[in-house]
Design a protein around this ligand. Structure first.
Ligand code: SF4
Ligand code: SF4
Length: 212
């Protein structure tokens, strides 16, 4: 068990709903769910392999205190943000955001599934675009293609070469990005200051939720 996970388990003991309400973004909405099942029935991906529990089930499990099962599940990482559930929920629960909030929480306390592709993409994308304030597409593609090794990376690159050539010709992909050139944000310091402020506000918001 990671240190933070241990601390959280001890802090909330048998009150998993409270833990989600305070620690996961939008977690305070879970108690509004009336278990109608509309979100699960509207979800286009929940029949796919790896999707253990659709949103309604996750919310019910949180209320039933099934901490281990929820936090170690890959279900939240399967959400494609199509927003079907969000627009259809009769209780106006922002289901999509709650699912992402729980996923982020599992990552923070070290329980998220290590090889989950959505998690890998999110982390890679975030690290890439926050570095210079704009996505370096060449480096992003390299990181994603070569995540399983050189051979599979080369294979994927060969499969996609005609798309890459088209993007380069149309000016949508700048190969100078591989050397650190290409697109950059004009005010990188400003972007970093903005991100720091966002982090500060998030921490403040969490502390206020914990006090309430
Ligand atoms: S649609 Fe809304 S109220 Fe119904 S189960 Fe899903 S989250 Fe709960
Ligand atoms: S936003 Fe996510 S959870 Fe909601 S219906 Fe779409 S894939 Fe399913």
């Amino acid at each position: 068990m990671s240190d933070l996970n241990q601390q959280m388990a001890a802090r909330y003991q048998n009150n998993f709903l409270k833990e989600i309400e305070e620690q996961a973004e939008m977690g305070e909405w879970v108690k509004m769910c009336m278990q109608c099942g509309l979100c699960s029935g509207s979800c286009p991906t929940h029949f796919q392999a790896g999707w253990e529990h659709p949103p309604q089930e996750i919310f019910m499990m949180i209320r039933a205190g099934k901490r281990e099962e929820v936090l170690s599940s890959s279900s939240m990482w399967m959400c494609t943000s199509c927003y079907n559930c969000y627009v259809r929920c009769p209780r106006k629960v922002p289901v999509t955001h709650v699912m992402h909030g729980i996923a982020e929480y599992t990552y923070r306390i070290g329980l998220s599934p290590k090889q989950q592709p959505t998690q890998h993409l999110s982390k890679t994308f975030w690290d890439n675009c926050t570095r210079n304030g704009r996505v370096n597409e060449v480096k992003l593609t390299q990181t994603l293609y070569f995540k399983d090794g050189i051979v599979s990376g080369i294979k994927k690159a060969m499969e996609m070469q005609s798309v890459a050539i088209g993007l380069v010709k149309s000016g949508r992909l700048n190969l100078m990005e591989a050397l650190g050139g290409g697109h950059k944000c004009k005010d990188i310091k400003g972007i970093h200051a903005m991100l720091e402020k966002a982090k500060e506000l998030e921490a403040q918001h969490k502390a206020e939720k914990a006090k309430a």
